[in-house]
Design a protein around this ligand. Structure first.
Ligand code: AMP
Ligand code: ZN
Length: 108
């Protein structure tokens, strides 16, 4: 996906603040944080959205879910959201599957 911003971040062609990485996914800070903790969980391979990911690759789906919950538990006090905006009407603006980890209170 040559014009996909998250494919470019995965390839290192666009910089990002990497938070964590797993075999199939990366976690980096959202450029426009909506909460004190706002990390995006992104599969390294391109899927259009989480429905596409769930339908096509259960290994990558599990890896994304595990990386997201691990990052959330590491950074927050255990209270967080893990949200996948899916489709334009739901607010999806980047059409490469990603989950948002958001939380109000960073772990001390
Ligand atoms: P969504 O609206 O669910 O598609 O989420 C896309 C998210 O990607 C938004 O919260 C943007 O702030 C974020 N975003 C877009 N471009 C970048 C980038 N280059 N680095 C980090 N986050 C980005
Ligand atoms: Zn992509």
């Amino acid at each position: 996906m040559s014009d996909c911003v998250f494919c470019k971040i995965v390839a290192g062609e666009i910089p990002s603040k990497l938070v964590a990485e797993s075999e199939h996914a990366i976690a980096f800070n959202d450029i426009k944080p909506a909460q004190p903790i706002h990390v995006l969980i992104v599969p390294k391979k391109h899927f259009n959205d989480v429905a596409d990911l769930a339908a096509r690759d259960e290994v990558v789906l599990l890896d994304v879910m595990r990386l997201g919950t691990q990052v959330a538990e590491d950074l927050s006090i255990g209270s967080f959201r893990f949200q996948f905006n899916t489709g334009e009407e739901a607010g999806q603006t980047v059409f490469h599957a990603h989950g948002h980890i958001t939380s109000k209170t960073p772990r001390a």
